[in-house]
Design a protein around this ligand. Structure first.
Ligand code: CTP
Length: 402
């Protein structure tokens, strides 16, 4: 389910200090299963040697349109015809200007101009000083390149190699990789708003202690990413986890079940799909001490009593939108045994059209999982795979049911 597996990409480097990130990107693309042909401009070779990129891509790098290795001496035609996409990273201000004007005085610009536009998309990751990026000339060029059908990726923001701070850094390799994966993902959820809960909740006992569970949030974050890459607008309500926010996803951090419930209530009206992956604590201490509870030396343990938390999924599933079919609700069940029986009963109890069962102890914190999809027609297993691959399959399943 990795959309880059088997793709052949031409990775073009123009001149800029961000070439060092292109080396990392090349490695990440190869790891994702793509084959990568690197093409460098002369300026790029001042920042990074072709040897490095040959080693990382496993293919000799092309730097000149006069490369005699090509029998017909037409590297610009041959390389662009076999590619699934051309990715220019970094794309310097000068290279964007060249692209805009259709100039073709080196192999990389020549190849971009010669590419069959309908079959070989061109993506560029700009990288430059903030003043160069903000300059009206660059902004005009970017707008026109977009109008010409070039996919212009965002720029990053922050410290720049020149010592200045602002917009214009090239995205990190991981971010470009996510954007490329997204680019190749079929857009089965375009126009939909998806609301996802993820991670554990934390129910405080006093200011330094609380009860929580072992959910890492990985499955929910993978689902949010897969939905975003499938074209949806995604809001992710996350319990306390240490995971990076998937690109393009709006994240709301919460701690307790009640905070998660409030955030969901505030967001759910805009959603057409609600996916509850969070491992919400069923109970919370009925009182929360303002100060740390101290041992008093008597050997007595504190007496804790609990109250039940709101059931977020059940409550959303009973809303008018869910009952009329305007909101499609998906529940998860983390069980320790008898998965199918528990998941089937839970689907009916929570009144959701689709419930996804998994075995808690063998998924919490792991990068892979196995899922059991339970609906009105029965159960179907999605065998053990990476959480990201399962998330892509699950999103496709949900899209089919809308
Ligand atoms: N859920 C929820 N709010 C709760 C408890 C659970 O939204 N207070 C959601 C979970 O996000 C999940 C589904 O309900 O989608 C099932 O969660 P799970 O913890 O497996 O089930 P419980 O309702 O706790 O039932 P049980 O204790 O019987 O396992």
């Amino acid at each position: 389910m990795n959309t880059l597996a088997g793709k052949h990409l031409v990775l073009g480097l123009s001149g800029g200090i961000a070439c060092y990130k292109a080396a990392e990107l090349c490695r990440a693309l190869v790891k994702a299963g793509a084959s990568v042909q690197v093409v460098m401009t002369e300026a790029a070779e001042h920042f990074m040697t072709a040897v490095t990129l040959q080693a990382l891509s496993g293919r000799p790098v092309y730097t000149s349109q006069w490369d005699a290795r090509e029998a017909n001496n037409m590297a610009h035609i041959n390389l662009s015809r076999e590619a699934d996409a051309i990715v220019i990273a970094p794309a310097s201000a000068d290279f964007l200007a060249k692209l805009l004007h259709g100039r073709a005085d080196d192999l990389l610009s020549l190849m971009c101009l010669a590419r069959p536009m309908d079959a070989v998309p061109l993506l560029v990751a700009p990288a430059m000083n903030r003043e160069m990026w903000a300059n009206p000339a660059t902004q005009r060029n970017v707008a026109q390149l977009k109008a010409d059908g070039v996919q212009v990726l965002d720029v990053g923001q922050g410290d720049q190699a020149c010592g200045e701070t602002g917009d214009g850094r090239m995205l990190e390799a991981e971010e470009i990789l996510e954007d490329l994966q997204s680019f190749f993902t079929p857009k089965c959820l375009t126009g939909k708003h998806v609301l996802v809960t993820a991670g554990p909740t934390y129910e405080a006992i006093d200011p330094v202690r609380g009860i929580t569970n072992l959910s890492s949030g990985k499955m929910g974050f993978a689902i949010a990413r897969a939905a975003q890459q499938a074209g949806a607008q995604v809001t992710l309500v996350a319990g306390p986890v240490s995971l990076a926010t998937p690109r393009g996803v709006a994240r709301i951090d919460v701690r307790s079940a009640r905070e998660m419930f409030s955030a969901v209530q505030a967001q759910v009206a805009q959603a057409q799909i609600f996916i509850a992956t969070a491992a919400v604590a069923d109970w919370r201490p009925d009182t929360q001490a303002d100060q740390k509870i101290k041992k008093d030396g008597s050997g007595q343990t504190p007496q804790l009593s609990f109250v039940e938390n709101p059931d977020i999924l059940a409550s959303v599933a009973q809303s008018a939108a869910a009952r009329t079919g305007a909101l499609f609700c998906v529940g998860f069940a983390a069980e320790s045994h008898d998965l199918q029986a528990h998941a089937t009963a839970k689907r009916l109890r929570k009144q959701v059209p689709l419930l996804v069962g998994n075995i808690g102890p063998s998924t919490f914190g792991q990068d892979d999982n196995a899922l059991l999809l339970v609906d009105a027609n029965g159960a179907r297993e999605l065998p053990r795979a990476s959480k990201q691959a399962l998330a892509v399959e699950l999103i496709a399943e949900i899209a089919r049911r809308l």
